[in-house]
Ligand binder design. Sequence first.
Ligand SMILES: Nc1ncnc2c1ncn2[C@@H]1O[C@H](COP(=O)(O)OP(=O)(O)OP(=O)(O)O)[C@@H](O)[C@H]1O
Ligand SMILES: C[C@@](O)(CCO)CC(=O)[O-]
Ligand SMILES: [Mg+2]
Length: 411
Amino acid sequence: MFITSAPGKVIIFGEHSAVYNKPAVAAAASSLRSYLLVKPMESIDDDEPVLQLNCPNLQFTFNWSMNQLLSIIDSHDLQKDTDTVQLSNSLLNIIDTQLLSEINNPLQRSAAQCFLYLYLSIVPRDKRTPLQFSLISTLPVGAGLGSSASISVALAQAFLKLNSVTLQDKSLINQWAFIGETCMHGTPSGIDNTIATFGGALQFTKGDPMGPKELHPIKPIVAVLTYTKIPRSTKVLVEGVRELYNTMPTIIEPLLDSMATVALKGSTALENGQLEEVLQLVRINHGQLVSLGVSHPGLEVIRNLTTDLKIGETKLTGAGGGGCALTFLNNSATTIDVEQFRNTLQEKFNYQTFETALGGFGCSLLELDQLTPTRKQQIIELFDVPGPKISMEQVDNILLPGGPADLPWIL
Ligand SMILES: Nc1ncnc2c1ncn2[C@@H]1O[C@H](COP(=O)(O)OP(=O)(O)OP(=O)(O)O)[C@@H](O)[C@H]1O
Ligand SMILES: C[C@@](O)(CCO)CC(=O)[O-]
Ligand SMILES: [Mg+2]
């Protein structure tokens, strides 16, 4: 019995342009995480062993017959080699047509698709026992903070562990998590899963053979995150930008190049603690994202309030279209100003705000058998609570790596 966990992320510069191989900058939001509990499945019916996915945040539980899953493997000669990480359209098609036909809700469907794809690709036939996978997130789902990547990473890490793969480092987890993201998004850049795997702060360019560059800011990066609660889908927003790019390539390509320059300058300014420059680049990057059509009136409310109160600069973060905004405070912003900002957003607009330090732990593993029986039971019960009743604070108090309970997470 074990738990894997991976953080959400904040893109500081370069969302969307990242998809076009332009550099982008992101950091882990390491206290906002997904947790995946893997435990033996208590038998529902002795004749029909099942694999269960339980997602309290999205209020769904699905069972798949182990026999059906085994026959799919046998007929399609899957996962000979977990080191060869590729997306198979034929496997995606089998999952879609044979295993997801009862799931109509698109949010549930994409989570189940990612789960099944990674399970069938990574866990070998002889290690397929009836198991229950329970997934909870303390980060808002579908809000621009990389929830899809955090579940992909937690799933990839768990399946590689079930396959007893000895990991030299976390690269293989990251590669499989990218495939999981691809199942959900279509064409991800890979920045979200890279941050969810490795944590910290990174400058990332899709396809760069040198890999991501770790950033070491001289001052901690602190920002206010605001969640508008306006639902959106990363896949749909990324497709919208692609359509714009295809219609007006001569306008959009130079815009993406300019976004790349912003990200590179922003990366240096963050490392050197040049706040004035960071603030200007945040404003410019948001304007660029508005031009790409991925803002939303609900996000502009946050930006306008930041400008009215003269407390700093705000940009959307993640795919936009709702979801979250990121506000960097200037040196003259007082505690009272920030309180007024947060209270207005919370009370007048019913938004949720968090003041958060960025960076910190990437994916992690906790072996439950090392804990006392009481602690183990307490943790298992956390995952049994029905969706709306999950207390994020309780999850943090008990599970957060480096948090109050000080559990022996392997980082
Ligand atoms: N705790 C969870 N339980 C089940 N599914 C989840 C969970 N967290 C994320 N997901 C899956 O991820 C999808 C959200 O992914 P999406 O990429 O649209 O948003 P995001 O990753 O939160 O934001 P962004 O990609 O802009 O950073 C959900 O629809 C669901 O399928
Ligand atoms: C919008 C996007 O740039 C970030 C989503 O968090 C998509 C991606 O990079 O895959
Ligand atoms: Mg996502």
